[in-house]
Design a protein around this ligand. Sequence first.
Ligand SMILES: NC(=O)c1ccc[n+]([C@@H]2O[C@H](COP(=O)([O-])OP(=O)(O)OC[C@H]3O[C@@H](n4cnc5c(N)ncnc54)[C@H](OP(=O)(O)O)[C@@H]3O)[C@@H](O)[C@H]2O)c1
Length: 297
Amino acid sequence: MAYILVSGRDGQLGNELKDLSSAQNFDFIFTDKEDMDITDENVLHEAFRKYKPAFFINCAAYTAVDKAETDQEITYKINAEAVGLIAKQCHQFNTKLIHISTDYVFNGNATQPYQPDDATDPVNYYGYTKWLGEQLALNNNPDTIVIRTSWVYSSYGNNFVKTMLRLMKERKEINVVNDQFGSPTYARDLAEAIIEIVNSQWSMVNGEEPNSSHLSPLTSHIYHYSNDGIISWYDFAVAIKEIKQLDCVVHPIPTTAYPTPAKRPAYSGLDKSKIVNDFNIQLKNWKESLIDCLDQL
Ligand SMILES: NC(=O)c1ccc[n+]([C@@H]2O[C@H](COP(=O)([O-])OP(=O)(O)OC[C@H]3O[C@@H](n4cnc5c(N)ncnc54)[C@H](OP(=O)(O)O)[C@@H]3O)[C@@H](O)[C@H]2O)c1
């Protein structure tokens, strides 16, 4: 059986992939920092030598966007340099790399959803290192798929949904910004999309007919994925309140009233038609997925 090596097992996406992995025809090897620190080239090489994985799914990242502004050295190492090391190993061992990136590679000045090949221009250090990571992933390994996603949440880990639930239970009123727009992504849905891509790619390398639409020689290896619908953080918070029937009052505020160390793009809607068309992936509406996640919590 072919191996799939996964980094970042204990994160939101890593956990969701783990939950789905038992039903698949692959041997998944889930790792986190303790057993495979992606910044350590020797450790990575040893893992590749041992498993000779057909796929490497990189769910590991430094994701604390505000802290990244000051923790620049470690952010760079994990989000950029380590991705280059992973891609080099992938190239050496003929491994397909699926690397996860972010909507924060864009500056947010757009007024319609970003296409995968639109110009990037990150406005914070996290976004800059994720952009560098994309470049290193694509340049060091010809067999790389980069999936940019946005506003990730899950029943695992820390995220906006869990923070809102806690605050809405603790407080009578909260303020949430209503002038930053994007699309939430339930990590479970993203994990399902990744599994579909793996299955489709696996069919191809084995000379079988792909089970979904085919990948003609890839003209670009960058895809966008999120749930369907573009909303503000305020809309997201109100939906959480309504679904959970909480009494807390949610006030809309402008970004200027909630300064953060890292600047955020004002608009980061992603155009997903490429991933939908190439892999026949069905997008779920953001509210439907939010209800699913809140059921899990
Ligand atoms: N969260 C979002 O809103 C969001 C939005 C857009 C894109 N993304 C991208 O989506 C992907 C998955 O995000 P996520 O939310 O699942 O992230 P997450 O929950 O923060 O998980 C990241 C995992 O990577 C691990 N990790 C950190 N440094 C490592 C190292 N040197 N070696 C191995 N593992 C290491 C972390 O371990 P520790 O916790 O112990 O450090 C954590 O378990 C990332 O590429 C992220 O950039 C996320």
